[in-house]
Design a protein around this ligand. Structure first.
Ligand code: NDP
Length: 444
């Protein structure tokens, strides 16, 4: 049995009931086999065993009182996975599906994603099984304050710098930051995604969606093509999805569909992103309301149907495992040429295999959605330097980073004889830097 297979088998046995974590580890370690073969010293140093074991896992109780005076208790998590190349960095997710397996898969992915940005940030992730849907602003604040009342002792601007993710946007980051500052009496860059009036960076809100489209644009350009006139399907209608739609349309593509967890909209004329922003960002409503306001749009209950819409480019931007084997086959049959993952692990292992067999250009999440964390690192740099860059400056740095990541993963795939396999390219390019740092720092 190979070293990689042994580590995966041990991981499965030691972490029962963590299928998402095992899925992410299988994808990553599977494509690292050629690297491991070239570096026998990694096995002697138990490098992979250490790589898949978080440095620290914090789990805690989050009690809070709702507007009716009822007491609730949620689970809180922070997985500080790997600090070899910099302080832990990764978002907080508030969603009822959150559990240790989900946070560990996200944390493991985050290590390589952060490495790919070329910036000095380690990997971490956290969150809670709290459901923000239907809660008042006051209840959200109470929950965030309780969550931070435990989390504050584990994080810090040079230790661990959380950000947003599903269910955690500008409002939640504001409440979390306010409580951290109160507890520590320090106004520091301990969270990113902050508002512009208290240390945030321009472009952070747009960064993940814009970055995804910048990478897709580069992949098209390298094949003598462009986004102009392309039909695009984007899943989700949250932060990543909205800004992916905005940038794709600005560069000449037509985005025809989006969804939330209830159903999808199809607008053959092209989605009016201003209407989506009004519904989702201002009113916190449902995507169904788009079809009530825009005549050219239809609404369909359920999400899966979105992948039956013919398109040139699919950008899954909602959540893990949105595209399974069957949906991938539908997309391929309908002529999809590019898939860019805005969400984390939105395609199942079987789905990825379908795309790769069909020659679809597949841009994996850890590379394609790295624009968010990269801009968070730019926010950290601005905070510690007490400076503030313009929108154009940050946007330019973001675009350069995305183009660089694309070429780094392309080069890594070629160097290991797997040209065009960006799953392997991204894993290898991200891993080599982390492995080098871990080897240099001894058995820790
Ligand atoms: P948001 O909370 O802003 O939006 C999430 C969107 O996905 C909503 O439209 C939500 O619908 C939908 N969604 C969530 N769960 C499901 C589900 N089970 N089925 C169908 N739709 C679902 O989150 P973000 O946009 O920030 O994050 C989206 C993805 O991008 C996540 O995978 C996240 O990890 C990843 N990501 C985010 C980054 C960021 O900067 N924000 C950075 C890198 C990756 P509903 O409202 O109905 O729940």
């Amino acid at each position: 049995m190979s070293y990689v297979e042994r580590v995966l088998q041990e991981l499965k046995a030691k972490n029962p009931g963590e299928p998402e974590f095992y899925q992410a580890a299988t994808e990553i370690l599977g494509s690292l086999k050629p690297v491991i073969e070239r570096h026998p010293e990694y096995e002697q140093a138990a490098l992979l065993e250490r790589f898949v074991e978080p440095e620290r896992v914090v789990m805690f109780r989050v009690p809070w009182v709702d507007d009716g005076g009822h007491v609730h208790v949620n689970k809180g998590y922070r997985v500080q996975f790997n600090s070899a190349i910099g302080p832990y960095k990764g978002g907080l997710r508030f969603h009822p599906s959150v559990n240790l397996s989900i946070i560990k898969f996200l944390g493991l992915e985050q290590i390589l994603k952060n490495s790919l940005t070329g910036l000095p940030i380690g990997g971490g992730k956290g969150g809670s099984d709290f459901d923000p849907k239907g809660k008042s602003d006051n209840e959200i604040m109470k929950f965030c304050q309780s969550f931070m009342t435990e989390l504050f002792r584990h994080i810090g601007q040079d230790t661990d710098v959380p950000a947003g993710d599903i269910g955690v946007g500008g409002r939640e980051i504001g409440f979390l930051f306010g409580q951290y500052k109160r507890l520590k009496n320090e106004h520091v860059g301990v969270l990113t995604g902050r508002g512009l009036s208290y240390g945030g960076s321009l472009v952070r809100k747009e960064a993940t969606g814009y970055g995804l489209v910048y990478m897709a644009e580069e992949a098209l350009k390298c094949r003598g093509d462009s986004l102009k006139g392309k039909t695009v399907v984007v899943s989700g209608s949250g932060n990543v999805a909205i800004y992916a739609v905005e940038k794709a349309q600005a560069l000449g593509a037509k985005v025809v569909a989006m969804y939330d967890s209830n159903g999808y909209i199809y607008d053959k004329k092209g989605i009016d992103v201003a209407v989506v922003k009004q519904i989702k960002e201002v009113e916190r409503g449902r995507i169904r309301e788009y079809a009530e306001r825009v005549k050219s749009a239809e609404y369909h209950e359920g999400c899966r149907g979105i992948w039956t819409i013919p398109c040139d480019i699919a950008l899954p931007c909602a959540t893990q495992n949105e595209i399974d084997e069957e949906s991938a086959k539908k997309l391929v049959a309908n002529g999809v040429k590019y898939v860019g993952e805005g969400a984390n692990m939105p395609t199942t292992l079987e789905g990825i295999a379908v795309f790769q067999r069909a020659g679809v250009v597949f841009l994996p999440a850890k590379a394609a959605n790295a624009g968010g964390v990269a801009t968070s690192a730019l926010e950290m740099a601005q905070s510690s330097g007490r400076m503030f860059w313009t929108f154009e400056e940050v946007d330019k740095k973001l675009k350069d980073i995305m183009v660089n990541i694309y070429h780094n993963m392309d080069d890594a795939a070629k160097a290991y004889g797997m040209a065009g396999d960006y799953v392997a390219g991204a894993n290898i390019a991200g891993f080599l830097k982390v492995a080098d740092a871990m080897m240099a720092q001894g058995i820790v």
